[in-house]
Ligand binder design. Sequence first.
Ligand code: PMP
Length: 435
Amino acid sequence: MSHVFHRHLHQHYPTAVSGEGPYLIDAEGRRYLDACGGAAVSCLGHSDAGVIEAVREQVGRLAYAHTSFFTNEPMESLADFLVARAPEGLSSVYFVSGGSEAVEAALKLARQYFIERDEPQRQYLIARRQSYHGNTLGALATGGNAWRRQQFEPLLVQVSHVSPCYAYRDQAPGETPEAYGERLAEELEAEIQRLGPQSVMAFVAEPVVGATLGAVPSVPGYFRRVREICDRHGILLILDEVMCGMGRTGSLFAAEQEGVAPDLATIAKGLGAGYQPIGATLVSEPIRRAIAEGSGFFQHGHTYIGHATACAAALAVQRAIEERDLLSCVASLGEGLQQRLEARFGEHPYVGDIRGRGLFRGLELVADRGDKTPFDPSRKLHAAVKRTAMDKGLMCYPMGGTLDGRRGDHILLAPPFILEESHLDEIVDKLDATL
Ligand code: PMP
């Protein structure tokens, strides 16, 4: 019996022993094409020589120095790198160890910002239904995924949820994308009015929804309307780019494609590409200044913030993406993947929708294409898809339908940026055999 306390207490997985480009290899020598980067993590594949060397060099020189005593070079360089490329106004970076920690830091930065400004009554968060922002208590309370929340309720943070932007199911027949986006913006405005604009702290959303909906982008103009509404009421906009950020959708930050800049942005996963655990919260200049000129101290901290080796790994990953122009590959490979998926599954009886941006693609599985009826969630189709795909040597990321029955199962694809065209064919062939 394994002595590891794992979240899937009854499941037995193969033992991963090595990685080779886009493949993982288990103890029996079986190869798995990584078409999901784990959970959109491994954007450089599994054995990048440059990143390995950067990690080795940093560990050898200085593995770790606590940030309440020292700053360190990789952390400073990585912050410079990110700020130089971030949406306008984001001027500093708080480094953590992963996505949930980045969301927690964003929530507490928002809260402290309003306390510094003498607006302590701004306590409410608005997020979206069927969203995921992490598993720590604050991040879990922020997310609107009923299945993940139910066991732990009541949760501590004051959050209400509005509709996500989910055109496949919620755009009405005959409604234009613009009118649909406007309808969602009005729902947000109404929720702000219900809570009282002076009591709302922040609106939290993923620019392209990953785990809970399966690579669902918003309709054009939606986030610009959200930005206007937040500005009008002095509410902060927090964009969670933990999954969709760091080049996954074809631009370094997914927000760039929406034409908006958030007040706080969270990143993780592709930042360190799995070579080290790392996440970060990017902070706008007004928030930094309010805290710097107020108490001068962010009431927060973790032992591993600004971990030198993690920052060195992330810097090597991000420089490699830039030097090898991999974001162009994301755009062209992403188009190639979408075309192949449509060609193969466009008429498939159980594939209702194929969507996404860049190398972030989702297939929604339905029992009936015509009326979009989801499969019964109790059938746990997603678990069978995952197991079957693994048997065929493919890692993909399937998720189940929601408790409220408003959407079907989906399969998320988020492969490394270093694929060859032939890997796209291998993904589609193995997925076809799986379905
Ligand atoms: N936010 C989003 C959008 C995510 O997709 C995830 C992870 N799936 C998280 C936050 C939490 O990140 P982590 O698992 O690294 O804590």
